[in-house]
Design a protein around this ligand. Structure first.
Ligand SMILES: NC(=O)c1ccc[n+]([C@@H]2O[C@H](COP(=O)([O-])OP(=O)(O)OC[C@H]3O[C@@H](n4cnc5c(N)ncnc54)[C@H](O)[C@@H]3O)[C@@H](O)[C@H]2O)c1
Ligand SMILES: OC[C@H](O)C(O)[C@@H](O)CO
Length: 377
């Protein structure tokens, strides 16, 4: 077979390319996938820069990446639903399947989760990936492999919007217009939300959001959370507040504003991951009887729905992609994400041919929209 060149984080700001053995199928229910494209997540950049996220610390060299799509090159003897040549989106976290959380239907909460590019486990910026067949989702003919690499962040958004129980006719405020916030807005629209207000601190991101899924935008102000919320409600004509508020920023002022924007009896979902501890307006939560939920990764049915939304033309993930770089240029792609020069950039697999380093058809509005993106969680 071909190269299994892998993009390895040795320690903060120290990466290298390493030829690693091609993985073997660990069970008859596994498949081997040649990686075609991988997106970069803020968490990859965070590990690259800081070497840790919370209690997940990179102690040994770790392959980065977990937003991938690829082509099946080998199937185990027990696999009946996939064959060589099938194009798949990879779900990159593998739960134990036996614990109460797995058996209760919330496998994303499994304590034994093996998640790609979350230490100590290697990620998908590599040539070949071995995975259980039921975590490899066949792409319909009208969904490309590049779109397939965007299914992971879209599944994050699907899970957040499901946690928010968005109903037809709802008003939904999404804090943050990075990839996750933009995708939350698009998923909320597909769930029937009729008013979708995207909020950010960078105007160019809001301009892009308006061209993507938001019906209204609001540039967050450096005033008190109560005043910011009052102005947001007035500017989007939200009456007594929004039915649903989603935080996809992780920023403390955004979270504080959210609790003042949500209506009495409304729903708040925490999707963003920022500081572990913040000042939280707990009295607003209590007095308004707000339903508050967390959202972590994705679970049963989320990947399937994400793929269906793309296949049905409900979420146009292609619009988020600024370009594709060759595997050898992986580090420069990380720099572009860190510097906020792109919304999403894809890294081709080491065995994939790429014509140009960065797609020259990039819409300048997209690049403008990405400015100010920290790329870190
Ligand atoms: N819950 C999960 O399972 C999960 C999965 C993936 C990512 N995340 C988290 O979701 C968040 C969004 O991810 P992303 O990739 O879009 O990140 P991102 O950094 O690209 O986007 C965050 C956005 O929030 C904006 N922002 C910053 N401060 C703000 C404020 N005060 N008010 C409004 N907007 C503000 C930024 O300008 C940026 O556009 C991150 O915190 C990330 O860690 C969570
Ligand atoms: O999309 C999945 C997320 O990036 C990961 O859960 C990461 O942020 C924490 O491990």
């Amino acid at each position: 077979m071909s190269s299994n060149l892998s993009f390895v984080l040795n320690k903060p700001n120290d990466v290298s390319f390493e030829e690693r053995p091609i993985p073997k199928l660990k069970s008859p229910h596994d498949v081997l996938v040649a990686i075609n494209y991988t997106g970069i997540c803020g968490s990859d950049v965070h590990y690259w820069v800081h070497g840790a996220i919370g209690h997940f610390v990179v102690k040994d060299p770790m392959v980065l990446g977990h937003e991938s799509a690829g082509t099946v090159v080998e199937v185990g003897s027990g696999v009946t639903d996939l064959k060589k040549g099938d194009r798949v989106a990879l779900e990159p976290g593998y739960p134990c399947r036996r614990c109460p959380d797995c058996l209760g239907g919330s496998y994303n909460l499994c304590h034994e989760m093996v998640f790609a590019a979350t230490p100590p486990y290697d990620g998908t910026l590599t040539g070949f990936w071995s995975a259980p067949h039921d975590f490899c989702y066949k792409l319909p003919d009208n969904v490309s492999l590049q779109e397939g690499a965007l299914i992971e962040p879209l599944a994050v958004a699907v899970h957040i919007v499901k946690q928010a129980r968005v109903q037809p006719g709802n008003s939904v405020v999404v804090m943050g217009a990075g990839p996750v916030g933009l995708l939350c807005a698009a998923v909320a629209a597909s769930f029937g939300a009729t008013k979708i207000v995207q909020v950010d601190i960078v105007q160019s991101k809001l301009d892009f959001a308006k061209s993507f899924a938001a019906t209204h935008t609001y540039l967050s102000q450096r005033v008190s959370a109560e005043e910011n919320a009052k102005n947001l409600i007035a500017s989007a004509n939200l009456g007594k507040g929004a039915d649903v508020v989603i935080d996809a920023s992780g920023a403390e002022p955004s979270i504080q504003t959210s609790l003042h924007v949500v209506r009495m009896g409304g729903t708040y979902v925490q999707g963003g991951m920022g500081k572990s501890d913040i000042n939280f307006p707990i009295m607003a939560l209590c007095l308004k009887e707000v339903t508050a939920r967390g959202s972590f990764r994705y679970g049963s049915g989320d990947y399937k729905l994400a793929i269906e939304l793309v296949a049905a033309g409900k979420v146009d993930v292609k619009k988020l992609v600024n370009g594709v770089v060759a595997f050898k240029d992986a580090e420069s792609a990380f720099k572009k994400v860190k510097e906020g020069e792109v919304i999403k950039i894809l890294i081709a697999g080491p065995n994939e041919k790429v014509e140009t380093e960065l797609d020259t058809s990039v819409d300048p509005a997209k690049l403008e929209a990405a400015k100010g993106n920290t790329g870190c969680c």
